[in-house]
Design a protein around this ligand. Structure first.
Ligand code: ADP
Ligand code: ZN
Length: 433
């Protein structure tokens, strides 16, 4: 179902007009209320009057995570604290946390955005959601929570962890939808199987997964293991939280909620705008945010954009899956490697579990990539020759995809640590050398 047809299916020209009006108002606002932006705009010789249409956005300055850190905690807030009714902080996957603040209106828009996503996943008032994203400073838990309530469905505020209880309550309460990170979904699937509870005792049929990069192959794996339809939801706390973009029933890239969050793609090196279709860094401008409005925020997430029409009727720009964060890109012997490429290979091969760790080290001035991967039950063997053949098979496949060789370490099922939130799959020891 389309939650807000008027906005989600707006004619592109009309949408651009709305975006332009919103941008102009936003720039007026931050110019007068945020010294940081006024100064940046003055340095670039830009005034709010220069911003008359959405195409003028390229005249505006970028914002980075470092800017948020430099102005910690509230320096970029555009309203007095008396109007801020909630704070969150980014989970600090990379570096120290950043604080974000929301006004009452921001929270109400956020709830609607998340409801739009859930509705695109086919969820409605009769659904019962187990929200297993962490509740707290992380935006995942509360973001989904209020989206489910806004949709009119039922929310079970589980938060993450306590896996045995999660499973019991999903069964007893008849949960029809599960929201968590893809890596926790895998963990739950495995724990459900281990607990020996038959699948037909669960009513689950929708998965709402995001907060970390995951591949198409991982999606299929989770769908098979849990027997559900899994959908991608994307967001980041600086822009709002979960609900910045979402898949629809066609799962052909994710719709960006671009009446509120204007997307651009830039080259992370030259900072120039790139045309749709080219891979680059995703940049967002919050068109309607009051508490912490951001101009051209550099997400560090790498993907492509498209404005081709989607069969569902929504007219928004769509984004591909995130290939990785530019921070996550490993440079190994001069070659760029994304963990997602390795994940894709592992998941293509039936001999392996979707659990892996990448260890990067430098020995005698040479980068070494070690891929630890769990061999599936039934394929693991004490016979060395069998394991050697398996190792060779994955090593060759990885080499053809990555263009470099990796040391493979096959490990027994269930030996790699499972994640309840965002998975940590890379240990780069070179940083400390
Ligand atoms: P942190 O930067 O501390 O991880 P957040 O909790 O706000 O802060 O996480 C936002 C980031 O999580 C995004 O910038 C992106 O890298 C990642 N992310 C969120 N949703 C998805 C998704 N569906 N697919 C890929 N990556 C995602
Ligand atoms: Zn669509």
């Amino acid at each position: 179902m389309i939650w807000n047809k008027a906005k989600e299916c707006m004619a592109p020209e009309e949408k651009r007009k709305l975006q332009g009006e919103r941008l102009h108002k936003l720039v007026e606002k931050v110019y007068h209320s945020t010294p940081f932006y006024r100064q940046k705009m003055q340095e670039m010789n830009v005034t709010p009057d220069d911003i008359q249409s959405i195409d003028d956005i390229v005249k505006l300055p970028f914002t980075t995570k470092q800017d948020l850190r430099d102005n910690y905690p509230y320096g970029l807030f555009a309203v007095p604290m008396s109007q801020i009714i909630r704070l969150h902080a980014s989970s600090g996957t990379t570096g120290s946390p950043t604080v974000v603040g929301y006004t009452r209106k921001d929270l109400s828009i956020w709830a609607e955005m998340t409801a739009r996503c859930l509705s695109a996943f086919g969820a409605g008032q009769n659904d019962i959601f187990s929200v297993a994203y962490g509740y707290g400073l992380f935006t995942g838990g509360l973001g989904l929570h209020y989206g489910v309530e806004h949709l009119g469905a039922t929310v079970i505020p589980m938060s993450s962890g306590n896996t045995a209880k999660q499973i019991q309550l999903m069964r007893d309460f008849g949960a029809t939808a599960l929201a968590c990170t893809p890596s926790y979904a895998l963990y739950l699937a495995e724990a459900m199987e281990k607990a020996g509870i038959p699948r037909n005792e669960f009513k689950l049929n929708i998965g709402v997964f995001g907060a970390e990069p995951w591949t198409e192959n991982m999606c299929k794996e989770i769908e098979t293991k849990l027997g559900i339809d899994a959908y991608n939801i994307y967001g980041l706390s600086e822009i709002m939280g979960p609900g910045v973009s979402h898949e629809c029933q066609y799962k052909d890239d994710s719709h960006i909620i671009d009446d509120h969050f204007y997307p651009e793609i830039i080259s992370p090196d030259t900072l120039e705008s790139l045309p749709y279709g080219e891979q680059g860094e995703l940049v967002f401008t919050t068109l309607t945010k009051e508490g912490l409005p951001l101009l051209r925020y550099r997400t560090k997430d790498l993907c492509t954009l498209t404005d081709e029409p989607c069969r569902c009727g929504r007219t928004s720009v769509r984004m591909s899956r995130i290939v990785g964060r530019s921070d996550d890109m490993l440079i190994i012997r001069g070659v760029n490697v994304f963990p997602s490429q390795i994940e894709s290979v592992i998941l293509e091969m039936e001999e392996f579990e979707p659990h892996y760790m990448l260890i990067v080290n430098r020995v005698n001035n040479l980068d070494i990539l070690e891929v630890q991967v769990e061999v599936r039950d039934g394929y693991y063997s004490d016979e060395i020759t069998k394991m050697v053949i398996l190792k060779k098979k994955i090593a060759q496949r990885l080499h053809s995809v990555l263009g470099i060789s990796a040391d493979i370490k096959l490990v027994e099922p269930y030996t790699i640590k499972r994640s309840e939130g965002k998975a940590q799959r890379v240990i780069d020891k070179r940083i400390f050398n």
